[in-house]
Design a binder for this molecule. Sequence first.
Ligand SMILES: N[C@@H](CCC(=O)N[C@@H](CS)C(=O)NCC(=O)O)C(=O)O
Length: 216
Amino acid sequence: MKLLSGPLSMFGAKAEIAALEKGIDANREFVPFSLATLYQPRHPDVLRINPKEQVPVLIDGDLEIFDSTQIFEYFEHIQPTPPLWPEEPKQRARARLLELKSDEVFFPNVVNLFPHNQTPERQAETEASLVAIPAYYGDMEKLLGVQEYLAGSYSYADIAFYMAQFFASFIGHPIPASNAKLIDWRERVGARPAVGQVVGTMRRFLTDNGIQTDGF
Ligand SMILES: N[C@@H](CCC(=O)N[C@@H](CS)C(=O)NCC(=O)O)C(=O)O
């Protein structure tokens, strides 16, 4: 099995963490990527398999799929233990929704605040995201009121949001100290060997490129 990712791909990191959590032997390969050229030139397998030309891409024999959430689903079927979706149907539905919201509601706000996106023409988006990020942290803090993980048991929802908040911290919008339960959650998830391994590789890429990661 081959998992094509990038050294700073938050979506690729999600898939790699899941493979490690499940003991799936997915040989992670980084596509060409640099801070100057980003994903150019694109890896030929990415161009062939994903019309969106993005990583992660998973190749397992004659199966070729893309999108981190699709990869989660495949992993869950081929290696059901340890489960990374809750068993109970409503809790599972909540976990799926949280995973989607992390990628598609929270993370776009982080992207809006990437320095190259903060142009005068995008002032409205910048301002909206500066409000949306702390509001989302507040919502996650409330969820953790009575449970250790976002959807009860440790799940793909935690993996997704751990990576999304990692990038938010990277651009200067970390979980505030007032969200103490969410900070404890970040410590709990970050202490998992699978998460530490993948995030550690990402931190090394950043420090090798002259970016200090001590503050997040
Ligand atoms: N919804 C996709 C998003 C994938 C995605 O945005 N990948 C980024 C890297 S984290 C990428 O390949 N970007 C290159 C580009 O869009 O040019 C997923 O969950 O895998």
